[in-house]
Design a protein around this ligand. Structure first.
Ligand code: 6PG
Length: 216
C-alpha cells in the first residue's frame, strides 16, 4: 500500500484529473493509454500551463506503428501532445523496443528514477499499464521496462510496459477509473487483492472513480 492513499468518487473523472494535475504542477509525467484518459488529455490541452518545462513518458505502448489506431501514442498525440509544446519520450512501438525505452529512462534519470506524476489505468481484470494478472512481467524487480509478448486483453498485440518498480517511482500516482465494467477491479484494488494494479507503490496515490465504477 502506498504511504498515502485516497479514493475520490467524482462526477467527472477528466475534470477531477485535470484539477489535480494543475494543482500538483508536475514536470515529469507518465501517461497511460486505453480510452479513459483521452478526455483528461483533451482538457489539459486547453489549460494554461508551462508546457515547455514538461516531459511526457509512456507507462506502456502497444507494439504497432505510432499512427496505428491502437497506438497509445496516437491517442495521446491527438488529444494532447500535438497541441502543447511538451517534450515527449515515446516508446518505439513499431520495433517493440523495451530495451530502447529502458535506455531512454536510464539516460534521462541516471539511475534515480522518479516521476512527478503518473496516470494509471485499471483494466477489468486488474491490469495496469500492460502488466496483466498471472504474467511474469508483473514480478519483474530489476528492469524498468519489459516486453510483454502476450496481452491479456484486447488489443491482442505484444506490448512494451514499464514495470512495477518504475511505475512506483512516482510522487503522485492517479488512477482514472470510469464505467461499471471496472467496479469489480476497483473493489479488488481497494480490498488489497494481489492484482497488478495493487502492486504499485507511488509515494501518494489518488484514485479518481466515477459513480458507475464505485463499489457498493
Ligand atoms: C493499454 C493501457 C491499459 C489501460 C487500461 C484501461 O495500453 O491498454 O495502458 O493499461 O490503461 O486497460 O483502459 P481503458 O481506459 O480503455 O479502460
Amino acid at each position: 500500500m502506498p504511504a498515502e492513499r485516497e479514493l475520490r468518487i467524482v462526477e467527472d473523472v477528466a475534470g477531477a484529473g485535470s484539477a489535480l494535475f494543475l494543482a500538483e504542477r508536475p514536470r515529469t509525467v507518465v501517461l497511460s493509454g486505453g480510452s479513459t484518459p483521452r478526455a483528461l488529455y483533451e482538457r489539459l490541452a486547453g489549460a494554461d500551463y508551462p508546457w515547455t518545462s514538461v516531459e511526457c513518458f509512456f507507462g506502456d505502448e502497444r507494439c504497432v506503428p505510432p499512427d496505428d489506431d491502437r497506438a497509445n501514442y496516437r491517442m495521446a498525440h491527438e488529444a494532447l501532445l500535438s497541441r502543447v509544446p511538451v517534450r515527449v519520450h515515446p516508446v518505439d512501438g513499431a520495433r517493440c523496443d523495451a530495451d530502447g525505452y529502458e535506455r531512454t529512462l536510464r539516460e534521462r534519470f541516471d539511475e534515480a528514477l522518479r516521476f512527478d506524476l503518473a496516470i494509471y489505468g485499471l483494466g477489468p481484470d486488474g491490469h495496469t499499464a500492460s502488466l496483466f494478472p498471472g504474467r511474469p512481467e508483473v514480478d519483474e524487480a530489476d528492469r524498468w521496462v519489459v516486453t510483454v509478448p502476450e496481452a491479456g486483453l484486447e488489443p491482442f498485440v505484444p506490448r512494451v510496459s514499464m514495470t512495477v518498480p518504475a511505475l512506483s517511482s512516482v510522487a503522485l500516482g492517479v488512477f482514472l477509473v470510469a464505467g461499471s465494467d471496472k467496479r469489480d477491479a476497483l473493489g479488488r484494488l481497494l480490498g488489497g487483492d494481489d492484482i497488478p494494479a495493487a502492486r504499485l507503490r507511488p509515494e501518494r496515490l489518488v484514485i479518481l472513480a466515477d459513480r458507475d465504477a464505485a463499489p457498493g
